[in-house]
Write a protein that binds this ligand. Sequence first.
Ligand code: FES
Length: 349
Amino acid sequence: MSDKDTDVGRSSGGRPRRVIGTPRPTETQYLLGDDEGAAGPPATPRAERDEDPKKIKKAERVVAFFFGLSLLGSIGFVAAYIAFPVSGMAETALSNRWLGLSMAAAFLGVACGGTYWVRRVMAPRELVEEIHPMPSSVEERRDVVEYFDQGTADSRFLRRPLLRRALLAALVPLGIAPLVLFRDLGPLPGTVLRHTAWKKGMRLVVEGSGRHVRASDLAWPGSYITVIPEGFEHDLEALAKATVMLIKMRPEDLHLPPDKMAWTVDGIIAYSKICTHVGCPAGLYEQQTHRILCPCHQSTFDASRAAEVIFGPATRPLPQLPIGVDSEGYLIALSDFHEPVGPSFWERG
Ligand code: FES
């Protein structure tokens, strides 16, 4: 292969040339160009740029400003965490917005301050990329130490106490601020997952309309409606556990133990709508087979047999809500569920 084929670099006109084959070994190349200007743009004269003390002083204030911004961002992060508790969807969105803005300001301040410091305060220095044999010799290690010391001197980190303190003031809170998020790991749920909003005497209301329910509203076998506890129509956290499906069946189709039979009204039975697999709404009811299907992973429950699992990954039946009728003929809960609703692992909590 000819030299022409393996040549590397630029044509005399300065345009890049196509390289075919293995390039020739190159000699040391300078990242910013060598002193003769053989590669890349002409080298910047050393120690002649930005050495004006007034300019450095001005740049120092700009850097301190950015680090101060970072400090405020970190403080704002903690303040936002305390000021905006996450008690609902809107509150969570507001909290996330302010946490994000304050954390962005904290990181942006450090990034801008560091960049400005390097560009405007540090002494300019050319970089040379060389490949060293391994391990490093004593001389090389000594050079590294000298290089590090030189970098420290160039950064003026030790000679500029304002910069040093501003940087520390920005970085220390920035490292500590995320620690407040550990608070979200607790407290432990205790018995919260074992109970729902249902209480003795609480009326069942139709989801969406808030209308009270009478047994006559489910006149025909196969009738099905979703109900929620009265007074909790807009409490999404409560409804995540307390939503119930009412199903009307012929009494002869119900095959329940006597205690659970007593929790029904005229063939109307109430089951939790929260799938015991991982908590999807199990709301697809098939009248002819009395099967309740969860659309997420196809767990199937037999509504005529205490919602026992007949297919799918769920491992326990849908809990049954005891229901009765009050003095005005409306359906009411006789108590809360007698077991935790939702995913099975809640039972073990
Ligand atoms: S959540 Fe219902 S089957 Fe998985």
